[in-house]
Design a protein around this ligand. Structure first.
Ligand code: APR
Ligand code: PHB
Length: 392
């Protein structure tokens, strides 16, 4: 089997890359370890930056998102029993759209299969070869039959636990990492969102986030110990803790309903540099992780795919690798700004186990500054709706 670009992983990075390449006439094959049903139902992030929304619309993927996505023109920050609105639209002219990652993946998979593009689901034993030479390849098994895919380039879009990053020889990459001393316990509840915008809450007992997926589904998170086990959290305990942390002077609280999904996710910041080794290009969670507080993971993965697609298309159309050679540099400049924002939101909103009373007062001062200063609020807003992607 032969293709121009072998893409490992059918997440936002891999599927968006395949979509953009296909539109420019570059062939690719996507290899995914999981089943289509699994990929299409895995509960992940859900906030799209304006630039991501524009890309979906501009490349023919926006129909369902425009119908079902929820446009949010503001977010709220809560502390000391009060909530303060950050008016994203007034401050930046832009908004964000709440649309679940797996819904976007359904749209991407459907669009790819419609044009006859290939996605090999349930590919096992995926392994990459020859990345430092001129004829890279990928071996894998499908239904117990070993296969080999020859290609010009490999795109490692296989997430944090994938095999691409770890196939690069030791010493070629540098990792910059911060692991946080807390995790998020996330739930989906069959309950109508009790208000239209997200609420980020800093409470003495820890962070809590009110979000949503649709007019009938509420998404909620609460900070917990990263070593905690989800079986320690009965539905009753989760609701008690959420209601305590969201308690507000004006009596607002999330609506309750049956919990249909719950899980605990650890939090880290990670950047691995550079994002290329020979014929292998890494994109998305395979090469950087942000804590979820700024809602940036999916948007960063899609931004990588966009830059990589441009470089690859340029190479196949003109023979020049000028753009492709700058892939890592172009992406990393923006990635570090997004890392800074995600770290800052995380630091401002969570309870650190070793925080001193000084740290706590400083956090409150920071939130009060945001609530009272248009300049401070605009800085948050321009990062939240998404920094521009400077392609060239
Ligand atoms: N072979 C083939 N596929 C693999 C392998 C492997 N060895 N290992 C992992 N995969 C697949 C996973 O099953 C997953 O479908 O690669 C895909 C990676 O997708 P994501 O983890 O969604 O990563 P990415 O596309 O970079 O998107 C990042 O996803 O994790 C969220 O919050 C994160 O929103 C962010 C986004
Ligand atoms: C979500 O709805 O999953 C979500 C929203 C905002 C965040 C993180 C996650 O900052």
């Amino acid at each position: 089997m032969r293709t121009q670009v072998a893409i490992i992983g059918a997440g936002p990075a891999g599927l968006m890359l395949a979509h953009l390449l296909q539109r420019a006439g570059v062939e690719s094959v996507v290899l995914e370890i999981r089943s289509r049903a699994y990929v299409e139902s895995r509960v992940r992030a859900g906030v799209l930056e304006q630039g991501t929304v524009d890309l979906l619309n501009d490349t023919g993927l926006g129909d369902r998102m425009r119908r079902e996505g929820l446009v949010h023109e503001g977010i709220e920050l809560g502390f000391e029993g009060k909530r303060h609105r950050i008016d994203l639209k007034a401050l930046t002219g832009h908004a964000v759209t709440v649309y679940a990652q797996h819904e976007l993946l359904k749209d991407l998979i459907e669009a790819r299969l419609r044009v006859g593009g290939e996605i090999i689901f349930e590919a096992t034993d995926v392994s990459i070869h020859g990345i430092d030479g001129n004829s890279p390849s990928v071996t894998f098994s499908k239904n117990g039959v070993a296969q080999e895919l020859h290609c010009d380039y490999i795109a490692g879009c296989d997430g944090f636990h994938g095999i691409c990053r770890t196939s690069i020889p030791d010493g070629a990459l540098t990792a910059f990492e911060r692991v946080y001393p807390f995790a998020w316990l996330g739930i989906l509840a069959d309950a109508a969102p009790s208000q239209g915008e997200l609420v980020y809450m800093n409470h003495d007992r820890g962070f809590a986030l009110f979000s949503m997926r649709s007019p009938t589904v509420t998404r909620l998170y609460l900070q917990c110990d990263p070593a905690d086990d989800i079986t320690n959290w009965t539905d009753e305990r989760i609701w008690d803790e959420l209601l305590l942390r969201f308690r507000c002077d004006n009596g607002w609280k999330p609506n309750m309903g049956p919990i249909t999904q719950k899980s605990i996710t650890p939090m880290r910041s990670l950047v691995t540099e550079p994002m290329q080794y020979g014929k292998l290009f890494l994109a998305g969670d395979a090469v950087h992780i942000v804590p979820p507080t700024g809602a940036k993971g999916m948007n960063l993965a899609i931004a990588d795919a966009r830059v990589l697609a441009q470089g690859l298309v340029d190479k196949f159309q003109t023979g020049s690798t000028g753009l492709l050679d700058r892939y890592s540099e172009i992406c990393l400049r923006r990635i570090w700004r997004v890392q800074r924002f995600s770290w800052w939101m995380t630091s401002m909103l969570h309870r650190f186990p070793d925080a001193s009373p000084f740290d706590r007062r400083r956090q409150m001062a920071e939130l009060e500054y945001l609530a009272g200063s248009e300049a401070a609020a605009r800085s948050l807003a321009e990062n939240y709706v998404g920094l521009p992607l400077e392609l060239l």
